[in-house]
Design a protein around this ligand. Sequence first.
Ligand code: ATP
Ligand code: MG
Length: 235
Amino acid sequence: MSSLVKADTHNMLVPEVRSDMPLTLALSKGRIFEETLPLLAAAGITVAEDPESSRKLILLTTDPGLRVIIVRATDVPIYVEYGAADFGVAGKDVLLEHGGDGLYQPIDLNIAHCRLSVAVPSSFDYTHAVRPGSRLQVATKYVNSAREHFAAKGVYVDLIKLYGSMELAPLVGLADAIVDLVSSGGTLRANNLVEVEQIMEISSRLIVNQAALKLKRAKLKPILAAFEMASRAET
Ligand code: ATP
Ligand code: MG
């Protein structure tokens, strides 16, 4: 069998995790990348290139044993689950939708804080609409979290999966409400929406591939320790 790939239980090709290969860290561009840089700095590591200007998807670092790959935020758990990345940083929102299978989640990194909330047009009577037994149309990227939230209230929901610009949906009659991430509330206000319920607080977690945790422990351990110290200092 090739030294680089092996067949997993689903008969798919996945990279083999070997202790002598460099560590790969999966990050998404934007706030996760930016907010992870100080954590890497705490481990003595600087990323050699800026993904925005270089457009590269594989970035070298000052540590020859660590490289960074740039993927979509929702894809970070997938790369780590299959071992294409040894570890990564992902929002709790993304991890709840992914399910967290095959991932070890040792540290809340205390970065990219926001909340998952329900928002409706200011004219919509939400209290009246969410009585047990009632039915609500909800547009969201977070269908699993939304389903669970409304099921606990005994409200029937028609979930409409969207991939972005959720704020638009109630304004054009696609849904009564949205479930989306809120930080300042500026986007909601700009679109005449009000946050009527906070479902949960969100921050980003470090996720680690379970095989890498065992086989690359010696290399991973000091980085995880530095991340943990630095993320505690953030509080
Ligand atoms: P894109 O915005 O490019 O469509 P995305 O929404 O998947 O992609 P980001 O906006 O970079 O990616 O969000 C990545 C993570 O950062 C989210 O999963 C969430 O945990 C967190 N996040 C999202 N929006 C905010 C926000 N407004 N404030 C703070 N953290 C946020
Ligand atoms: Mg976004």
